[in-house]
Ligand binder design. Structure first.
Ligand code: ASP
Length: 436
């Protein structure tokens, strides 16, 4: 991102420094400050009390624009391509999601079996977490809930899937009308299309402004996580954290790297350009919150046309969660080992299926995956009942969830960007001059 507001004021050094450098500086400084504070509970407490404001401000600013971004980009995206093209691109996208999810759960399981996290921990029920029952609603209901009964209500509540559905059908309707033989209708449709495009442009400009605040928000968010979690990580949970991160990195290199190479795209160039959304996802722990940044980078740096990015990325941010699938697979295996009841092959197969489905159902918000982990645990017979060893171990994992969430969200978002790039390339719509 290159926007550098011209200012001769005292903050000009800030705006003149490359944005990514500033964000990474915020990240590193935040980590250091947080770890140091972690050793002094009182100092950490007051830092969290005051620092929360600045971290939350960043999250709120991003959230503020999520609904308008999805709405306007999807309407303009769907209205800019023909209905048949939507079908083909959509099919390819779904295939990509499926293939990468399968790779993710396989990698998760292999890593879990090599690391065997939790083995010998001999957890017994004690510190009890209240029994939680995660009941997945029937599939029919899940599908029905995608169709909003009142789009305005969905917009107000920020229900992403119904918004996507509404924006897509509205965009397709607009696309058909723009092609209409009735000149008046076609003209009116084009006026509406121009208005939506202008609205989308306004939102992208706002995103640029918000990103100027990102380094400060990042600093506080990271410092708070480390101030609260730091010392605890250097314990038995270090190993499961390591396993999750190894799984994520393997998926990044083998899964995304492999697929990009298959389509003749440079992994190094990809990572270089995807860094800003990756870091944003890492610190905000929200795929949905990162969406505006993801969209900008896909278009401006990677050369994905807006017709494709505005249509695929909002969907990806909601349903494509490979990082979450890896996390669920490894943590469920960890809990099995920790309570002295390692998963057998049947349970592993079930886990692979539920981890894939749970990842699809996970909302792109902080901590959502941890709730889905309960569902996956129940599916393999590890009941999270109050006072049980499973509940106690789950509580441990929950204690470091922020740390795990950072990595998995980062990978969720990376998967979205890799997917949109690959689909654009396969449709011969990628601006390859950006890759030379
Ligand atoms: N925080 C993740 C995301 O937004 C979801 C999760 O908790 O796994 O992608």
């Amino acid at each position: 991102m290159t926007e550098t507001p011209q200012t001769g004021g005292p903050l000009s050094w800030y705006f003149r420094t490359n944005l990514l450098v500033r964000i990474l500086t915020g990240l590193v400084l935040g980590g250091i400050v947080g770890i140091v504070l972690g050793y002094s509970p009182d100092a950490a407490k007051s830092f969290v009390t005051y620092g929360q404001f600045f971290g939350d401000l960043f999250i709120r600013l991003l959230k503020m624009i999520v609904v308008p971004v999805i709405l306007f980009s999807l309407i303009t995206g769907a209205a800019s391509i023909t209905p048949s093209q939507i079908g083909r691109t959509g099919g390819k996208t779904l295939l990509y999601y499926l293939v990468t999810s399968i790779i993710a759960v396989c990698i998760g399981l292999v890593v879990a079996l090599i690391f065997r996290p939790g083995e010998g921990l001999n957890m017994v029920g004690a510190e009890g977490v209240a029994g939680k029952v995660a009941q997945s609603p029937p599939l029919g209901q899940v599908l029905l809930n995608i169709v909003p009964t009142n789009p305005v209500e969905s917009l107000a509540k920020g229900d992403v899937l119904p918004i996507i559905f509404f924006a897509l059908v509205a965009g397709i309707g607009l696309s058909v009308l723009r092609d209409s033989k009735n000149e008046t209708l076609a003209r009116q449709a084009n006026v509406l299309f121009d208005a939506c495009t202008a609205a989308a442009e306004v939102i992208y400009k706002v995103v640029g402004g918000i990103m100027q605040y990102a380094p400060i928000g990042v600093f506080f968010l990271i410092a708070i996580v480390f101030a609260q979690q730091g010392p605890k990580v250097v314990g038995p949970l270090f190993y499961v954290t390591l396993a999750v991160y190894v799984g994520l990195v393997l998926h990044l290199v083998l899964g995304y790297g492999g697929l990009l190479a298959l389509f003749g795209l440079s992994f190094v160039k990809f990572i270089k350009d995807a860094q800003t959304p990756m870091v944003t996802a890492f610190v905000t722990r929200s795929s949905s919150g990162t969406l505006p940044v993801t969209m900008r980078v896909a278009e401006e740096k990677l050369g994905v046309p807006r017709t494709i990015s505005s249509f695929i990325l909002p969907i990806g941010a909601t349903v494509n969660m490979d990082g979450t699938a890896i996390y669920i697979t490894i943590c469920a295996t960890f809990i099995g080992f920790a309570i002295g009841s390692p998963l057998d092959s049947g349970q592993m197969l079930t886990l692979m299926i539920t981890a894939t489905l749970a990842a699809i159902g996970t909302a792109g918000v902080p901590g959502a995956g941890a709730l889905m982990l309960i569902m996956a645990l129940e599916s393999v017979g590890l009941k999270v009942d109050a006072g049980s060893a499973v509940a106690a171990t789950y509580a441990l994992v929950l204690g470091i969830d922020a740390l795990l969430d950072m990595g998995r969200t980062c990978m969720n978002v990376t998967g979205d960007i890799a997917g949109v790039t690959i689909v654009a390339k396969s449709e011969k719509l990628l601006d390859t001059s950006k890759w030379e």
